[in-house]
Each structure stands twice: as C-alpha cells, then as structure tokens.
Ligand binder design. Sequence first.
Ligand code: PLP
Length: 387
Amino acid sequence: MLFAQRIEHLKPEGAYVVLARSQELEAQGRNIIHLEIGEPDFPTPAHVSLAGIKAIAAGQTRYNPPAGLVSLREVIAEVAGKQRDIQINPRQVVVSPGAKPNLFFPTLAVVNPGDEVIYPDPGFPTYEAMIGIAGGVPVAVPLLESKAFSFDLEAFDRLINDRTRLIILNSPSNPTGGVIPLADLQHIANAAQRYNSWVLSDEIYVKITFDNRAVPSIASLPGMADRTIIMDGFSKTYAMTGWRLGFGIMPESLAAKVDLLMTHSVGCTAQFTQIAGIEALTGPQDYVRMMVQEYERRRNLLVSGLNNLPGIHCLKPEGAFYVFPNIQGTGKTSLEIANHLLEYGVAVLPGTAFGKYGEGYLRLVFANSYENLERALERIDQALRNL
Ligand code: PLP
C-alpha cells in the first residue's frame, strides 16, 4: 500500500530514539541517567491536580468549545498579556491539547504549498516536520554560539525574501537555552513587516529563566500584534506534560480559522484539564518559583562541571532546562560522543537531532535531580578520558 507524499519526510524525535536505546540497555541490567527527554522531573503541583480531579468528579468530562472554555481563555488573556505587557482579547486565545497543535494549526492556516518558512537550526524538530506537512519549504537559519545562540542575522537577511510567509522563533530555546535579545527581535520584526510575513513565537519556556532574565516577546513590538502568533502552554511551567494543555494567541481573524481546524481535528481540549489550567494560572505561583530556583542550581552545577572537562566548552543558558555544550574539542562528531556517553550510562542527544547546525554540540536536560547530575558529570568525565 502507498502512503501520501506529505508525510514522507517525517522522522521520529531524536529524544524518543535515544530513550528506546537506553531502555534496551536498562533491560540488560545497565544503569542509565536520563538526560535526553525534555520533561520536568517534578510532579504537577498538588492543588492543580486536585482541581482536575474535582472537575472529573463533578462530571466536567464533556465536549466543550473547540477554542477552549471562555473562563480559561479570559484568564490566559489576562495572565499572558501581563507577562508580555500587551493587551489580549480572550477571542484571540485558542486553547489546545498540548501546545503542539498551536504550532501545527496556525502553520496550516497561513502557509501555502511552496511558501518559505524560516526556522531556527538547531531547533525543536516539530518545526521542520509541520512546515513539510503544510507543503512549505523549510529554510533553516543557524543559531550562533558566538551570539549566545540567537539567530545569525546575516544569514537571516540573506534568506528572507518575498516568498517568506512565516518566521518561527523560540525564546528561550530548546535545545540551546538561549534568549533572543530585544535588538535582534527588533531586526526580525522590521524584516517581517517589510516582507509581509507572519511570525510564530514559541514562548513555552518564558517562565523558566535564570538570573532574573526577562524574556522580551516580539508580539510586544510596534506593528507586530497583527502578524504574530504566540504559542505557550502548561507542560513545562506547571509540570503538566501529560495533561495536554497549551494555547495560542493570535489576531482574532486567524483564531477563528484555527478554531475551525480544532473543530475538525481534535474537537476540543478535555474540560477537566482546562479547569486544572485555570487553577494553575490563578492559584499560588510559589511552586513554579521553587522549580525555577532548583533548575538554576542544577544549571550552575552542570555548566561549571562540563567546563572542567577535556574538549568541552559550555555556555550558561539563560532559560529553559537545557545545556548545549560545544564538543568540537574532542575531535569527534556529536553522534559519536552521544553514543560513547550512553556506553558509560548517560543518555544525551547529539546536537544534530535538532538540525544540521547542531553538529559539534550535545543537548543535556537538567530536569533531573542534583545528585543524578553529579553522577552524570563523573561518568562523562570518565567517558571523555577513555575516548
Ligand atoms: N515547543 C518547544 C520548544 C518544546 O520544547 C515543546 C516540548 O518539548 C513544545 C513546544 C510542545 O509542548 P507540549 O508538550 O505542550 O505540546
């Protein structure tokens, strides 16, 4: 039987490939420290889980509006607007099961076959996948370590043109932890206006930042509200990956189209999940602060530990829970080092799991305990000495 061409380019996410390989090793009795999957190691805050449980017990288990409960859209408009210092109307908000549909559906809604889409490389693998499904032409712009992993703006200026329909940004970034500075956002915003392009700004890590770093949003720059889609969600900030809850904020006219795509695909987001989401946004935020503080402590451990190892150079990420060390000094490829570390009991991803410009780097997740990170550093040290 034949498959449609539009899915021929799809590949599994690198994290799941490495997870499967490390689980095989565990089945053989090996001990593996998992630094490959980008998921908080904390449980969902208890008051948030309880709100969801109560909602199920109260029968809030039915179909509801495809773009989400009005009560949740109102809370998101207020909280997300305050975070970015912009006015958001609840009708601009589309709630989705996880944040991913708010990458996918806005892309389907604005990209025609043959349109070009600029995206960060190294970047979250879903970007390239969804551009291809929409029939768009993926145009990778390198992130530069020398710019703390912001866009190579010279490459950006060379690559943007009249066919560029969409520009994807991700700040703080997976896999680098980099934050795009305001001056770069301004440059990108000017270009988006000049070429009449949409911007999809993946801000899922906006509340996980270190050293009190504020993360500017391109949506708050003059003239950008009409052409920006903000994607954000609950998975990372509130340790709710399995609940599946995210949202997009976009011009009302586009939200109405994305609402239709939701209607005819997923239908709606679970009601009780959305009730838990209201509790997450309106309840106490000290749990989030505690998680971020702990991530910061782990980041500091990992960065200083990695910088003491032969052949490794590691920038201090400003947000998210990833480090993206440069391993070029080892003389090996990313895949060779990742495979070698797995032999020593540490599962990490090669930078190339995030695009060709990830060669020469690894991604390590510090959503793991301090003690495990200490042990991982010892194992990596040993592995590099025995290269
Ligand atoms: N965007 C980025 C940059 C991510 O790292 C992730 C999850 O790994 C997502 C979006 C998707 O989030 P969700 O699990 O809520 O769909």
